[in-house]
Design a protein around this ligand. Structure first.
Ligand code: G3P
Ligand code: MG
Length: 251
């Protein structure tokens, strides 16, 4: 891994901004994560039809907002008309789908490290990787705490590398397959983000021994998190940032 492209590696990241404590991928979630004492957050970024990066996980608005439609087929204006809070709880009604710029600014203000998951709508991998990385470099310019870009999409990560070569990147995967190290070397990533439910102890050791950082998602049980930290996992991504704590004696 490239020693020049490093990240802070907080031990606990709130998943989709605030985990289960706030509507996912919203600015309200960032406030909750900071209030829980989280060092950082993970969130998902996708492009609208007019190529504007916004925080959303699904390709459609349906599950998380009061509207329907495909994000990649809607303008930013249309996406911004959706209420991204009311499905979670009435208290969050009126939350909007944040722009990437809004989320970046709030992370910087709150001192939250950001793991920006590049989440391309199907067929938009290269455009999304390039745009999110270029924007990330601009939005965190001059910051001592740059974002960590991650993606399941190899094409998006390759495009991100072209667009912002100095930003640190991580390869997202489900189960670690045989050729994980070759793919990491090819992509120039500094870390692997793996599904905690599928990770084996010897795989965790192999990733760390090869000099890569290791994050796992999504761990909501404090005891399980403690076990994973014991295996050498650097960072746990959780829906329960109020429950999952860093290992004792380390921050
Ligand atoms: O980045 C970790 C995790 O968020 C990946 O899964 O589906 O929640 O984006 P998903
Ligand atoms: Mg994600």
């Amino acid at each position: 891994p490239d020693a020049a492209s490093q990240w802070l590696w907080p031990r606990v990241l709130a998943h989709r901004c605030g985990g289960a404590l706030a509507p996912e991928n919203t600015l309200a979630g960032l406030e909750v994560a900071a209030a829980c004492g989280c060092g950082g957050v993970e969130f998902d970024v996708m492009l609208t039809a007019d190529q504007q990066p916004v925080l959303i996980h699904d390709e459609t608005l349906t599950r998380t907002t009061d509207r329907d439609g495909r994000v990649a087929a809607l303008t930013l204006d249309a996406v911004r008309r959706a209420d991204a809070g009311c499905r979670h709880a009435a208290a969050f009604a009126g939350e909007r789908v944040p722009t990437f710029a809004e989320a970046a600014a709030r992370c910087r203000e709150l001192g939250l490290a950001a793991n920006v998951e590049i989440k391309p709508a199907s067929g938009h991998d290269v455009a999304t990787g390039a745009r999110v990385a270029a924007d990330a470099a601009r939005l965190w310019a001059g910051s001592v705490l740059p974002p960590l870009l991650s993606s399941f999409s190899v094409a998006a990560l390759a495009a991100a590398t072209q667009a912002a070569p100095t930003l640190p990147r991580a390869l997202l995967c489900e189960r670690l397959d045989e050729d994980w190290q070759a793919r990491c070397e090819e992509l120039g990533v500094i870390a692997v983000h793996a599904d905690a439910a599928l990770l084996e102890r010897d795989q965790a050791a192999a990733v760390r021994a090869a000099g890569y950082r290791l994050a796992v998602y999504t761990v909501n049980d404090a005891q399980r998190a403690a076990t994973l930290f014991d295996w050498g996992v650097d960072c746990v991504i959780t829906d329960r940032p109020e429950r999952v704590r860093p290992p004792r004696g380390r921050s």
